[in-house]
Design a protein around this ligand. Sequence first.
Ligand SMILES: [Zn+2]
Length: 191
Amino acid sequence: MTTLHKINQPAVALAVGTVLKYIDEDSAREGLWNTPDRVAEMYGELFAGVGKDPADEIDAIFSEGVTQDPVVIRDIPFYSMCEHHLLPFFGSASLVYVPRRHIAGISKIARALDTAARRLQVQERLTAQWADAVMRRVYPMAVVCRIEAEHLCMSMRGISKPGHKVVTTAIRAIDYTDGYSRREILALLAD
Ligand SMILES: [Zn+2]
């Protein structure tokens, strides 16, 4: 088990107040009075996955004997925060796994995604952490995770390309399935 990490909200509020002071010409105005506290509280929510192991969310595992029929979970919406710019990236996540002997509670797989997303992230690592969590807890023959996201740091600043999609894939242990080929499993996640 991992120890629970909580962000220091008073310290974060103080720091946000300092940022406001240096970016706004009138940071004492009424509209900003409670902004530092609101942002600190919001960060508590957005970064609730810090210090947690996404695999711990997958705590409902069921024996299904010998089954190797793929399970596909598609289009799970998610929000995360780019660690380079502190701006959101968001989109949809899909996963296919080929059970070995166990299946997982479907909502638990979505919870593992959320835990991995609620921290300072990059999309590549988020995809890998999600796949690894499923691999460690469900121990399937194969798992493939695919995440499509728009990054606000690419949409509203810098190169300014709203509507783009970044697609990342994490593939684990796919060589060991005997019922389905690599191509067939990947096709289950294709549009
Ligand atoms: Zn970024």
